[in-house]
Write a protein that binds this ligand. Structure first.
Ligand code: SF4
Ligand code: SF4
Length: 56
């Protein structure tokens, strides 16, 4: 399963720069991870200031 971003996201954008495959983009009110692109590396999760990213 790909990683997912919860509603706790404050759209800081930090995670997008951490993703090696460009799977994270700004969505409607929060950032979103494209499950077809995400390779489950986990790099984005540790950098989120509000802990909004988890493995789905
Ligand atoms: Fe990108 Fe890795 Fe996060 Fe998936 S787990 S969105 S590949 S940084
Ligand atoms: Fe949202 Fe966390 Fe990504 Fe910032 S790092 S945009 S709070 S998911």
């Amino acid at each position: 399963m790909a990683y997912v971003i919860s509603g706790a996201c404050i759209s800081c954008g930090a995670c997008a720069g951490e993703c090696p495959v460009g799977a994270i983009s700004e969505g409607d009110g929060k950032y979103e991870i494209n499950p077809d692109t995400c390779v489950d590396c986990g790099s984005c999760a540790g950098g989120c200031p509000v802990g909004a990213i988890s493995q789905g």
